[in-house]
Ligand binder design. Structure first.
Ligand SMILES: [Zn+2]
Length: 302
């Protein structure tokens, strides 16, 4: 009897599990259901991740995907899950691979990011983007219908809380970690953290001259202190706080190696020639090691 009961239980769990995973699969490859009503779309290991969260009063999106084709897939996925409109679209950074397709969601979405985001987007804006992309395929041209740049409607300072329906979104500004304005989004009840591109998943980041590695390390400490269960970074599939540990290890080792070589009197050019990070040979975008050495050199020379 007991065995039969557990058999029934097992079958029911299996059916429930299949139903849940089928639901996310139905949205297409790259979509993950991370919690009830919370979905991410990571097309592959390195392409920009975009996400959406359903609430009783509408949808909140995080980033608007890199390719307009991905954004259209995202819009279709949202429609499959809910008939509610996208109320807010929060940007985790200013770069165009996260922000250039706002036109697909806004209106009705109100765009939000930290102070300085609009300014940063305007600096990077490429007026030829739509034209260049449209030449790639008729599908791409169709997906670009209505293309225009939309800077954030709302820019907050340091922290902002959004209460929508049953959910709370805490927006946290991360200084000097990636772009002109980087925002982490924390859902305290669900313990889901959208971590921006302060970290990605096993990938060398293209550190711009404005990035300060000690500030990046401080952002990991802050984000870990929230104790999230699931972490969604700017690029790559959903993960956990282990990404922060991995990047912490990487930057700590990089700072140590660059610091030692600089102390031996080596120039930045020498260091770039000689320094290797074989422990991270399987990370994507190895060609960005130079930019990482630049940032590390600036930190150790301070
Ligand atoms: Zn970026």
């Amino acid at each position: 009897m007991k065995a039969r009961l557990s058999g029934v239980l097992f079958v029911s769990i299996f059916i429930l599990y299949s139903a849940v995973s089928a639901q996310a699969q139905e949205l297409g490859p790259g979509f993950h259901k991370i919690k009830d009503g919370i979905y991410t779309f990571a097309p592959d290991a390195t392409t920009t991740t975009c996400s959406f969260v359903v609430t009783q009063e509408g949808v909140v999106m995080i980033d608007s995907c890199s390719s307009p084709l991905d954004s259209r897939k995202m819009a279709a996925a949202i429609k499959k899950v809910t008939d509610k409109p996208v109320v807010f679209l929060i940007d985790t950074e200013t770069h165009s691979d996260h922000t250039a397709n706002h036109f697909i969601f806004s209106p009705p979405a109100t765009i939000i990011n930290h102070q300085g985001a609009g300014e940063g987007m305007k600096k990077e804006y490429d007026p030829k983007r739509a034209e260049t992309l449209a030449a790639k395929s008729p599908e791409m041209r169709a997906a670009l219908e209505g293309s225009r740049m939309i800077a954030p409607h709302i820019e907050y300072k340091d922290r902002m809380t959004i209460n929508l329906g049953e959910r709370t979104f805490e927006l946290i500004y991360l200084k000097n970690v990636h772009s002109e304005a980087d925002t982490a989004i924390w859902l305290p009840k669900e313990r889901v953290l959208f971590a921006s591109s302060a970290a990605n998943v096993r990938r060398f980041l293209n550190l711009l001259p404005s990035v300060v590695i000690p500030d990046v390390l401080a952002s990991y400490k802050l984000m870990k202190s929230l104790n999230p269960e699931i972490v969604v970074t700017g690029h790559g599939p959903p993960t956990t706080t282990k990404v922060f540990d991995e990047y912490e290890g990487f930057y700590t080792l990089l700072l140590k190696r660059v610091g030692d070589m600089a102390a031996q009197g080596k120039s930045l050019a020498d260091i770039k020639n000689e320094l290797k990070m074989p422990e991270y040979a399987d990370w994507h975008n190895q060609n960005r090691l130079g930019a990482n050495i630049d940032a590390a050199y600036k930190s150790v020379k301070k």
